[in-house]
Write a protein that binds this ligand. Structure first.
Ligand code: ZN
Length: 243
């Protein structure tokens, strides 16, 4: 019933924007890093929260422990796209989807074939030397023992990921907001819509259909035409395959 209604909405849409959070990647085996348990903290005898472990100041003050946590909790080289990623790539191929706006940093939308992806928080797949600005892939970080260093100049390599205390990329925000303004349908999935400024993007939407798909309640449920409380991977895969 809810899925059928979603399929009808997709049929009626030609400028869909999908806005996704951590829940989009959980079916690919990537847990929300905020759920990192106390074991890690015991290991390093720290009382830092997961957010503090991926903050800019921690990166600067203690890059060794930053990278230990980052490699352990934020990079998943074996992860594969799931049904949600594939369904969105298919919608774009059909000419129905404008873009994907994501809070995830795993690159799985592009791996599934999506072309226009606004990565609000950057990507673990891109890394750059903080001294000479040369770019490196994820392997350079994974293969490094401890803090990854630039083979060209010896500078510290930083993930092209927006850390806590850092601002979002303006070009990415503007691109995402401009697409949301033009969208006839906005599907928000796998996020409880609590992380600002991204959570405020919903207010730029002026289209017809607002759909929320999340396992638990979100702050915007009352604004939506359709709310589906289920696994986003399953929901999107079924709704798109019925088109
Ligand atoms: Zn360098």
């Amino acid at each position: 019933m809810a899925y059928e209604r979603l399929t009808e909405i997709l049929r009626d849409s030609s400028r869909i924007v999908f806005f996704g959070g951590a829940g989009v990647s959980t079916a690919s085996g990537i847990p929300d890093f905020r759920s990192a348990d106390g074991l890690y903290q015991q290991k390093y005898r720290r009382t830092l929260s997961p957010e503090e472990m991926v903050s800019h100041s921690f990166f600067v003050q203690d890059p060794e422990d930053f990278f230990a946590f980052y490699k352990d909790k934020l990079i998943y080289p074996e992860a594969q796209p799931n049904g949600c990623h594939r369904a969105l790539a298919k919608l774009e191929e059909m000419g129905k989807l404008l873009s994907v706006v994501t809070q995830n940093i795993d690159g799985l939308h592009q791996a599934a074939g999506s072309k226009r992806v606004w990565e609000l928080h950057g990507s673990v797949l891109r890394n750059y030397c903080t001294r000479c600005r040369k770019f490196y892939g994820v392997e350079t970080v994974l293969e490094a023992e401890g803090v990854p260093r630039c083979p060209a100049c010896g500078g510290i390599i930083k993930p092209d990921v927006v850390l806590y205390e850092e601002g979002l990329d303006e070009k990415v925000i503007n691109g995402a907001v401009s697409d949301i303004r033009r969208a006839d349908t906005l599907i928000i999935g796998g996020t409880s819509l609590v992380v600002y400024p991204a959570a405020g993007f919903i207010y730029y939407f002026r289209g017809k259909h607002l759909v929320l798909i999340n396992k638990s309640e979100t702050g915007a449920d009352s604004m939506a035409e359709l709310v589906i409380r289920d696994d986003i991977s399953k929901v999107m895969e079924e709704a798109v395959s019925a088109l």
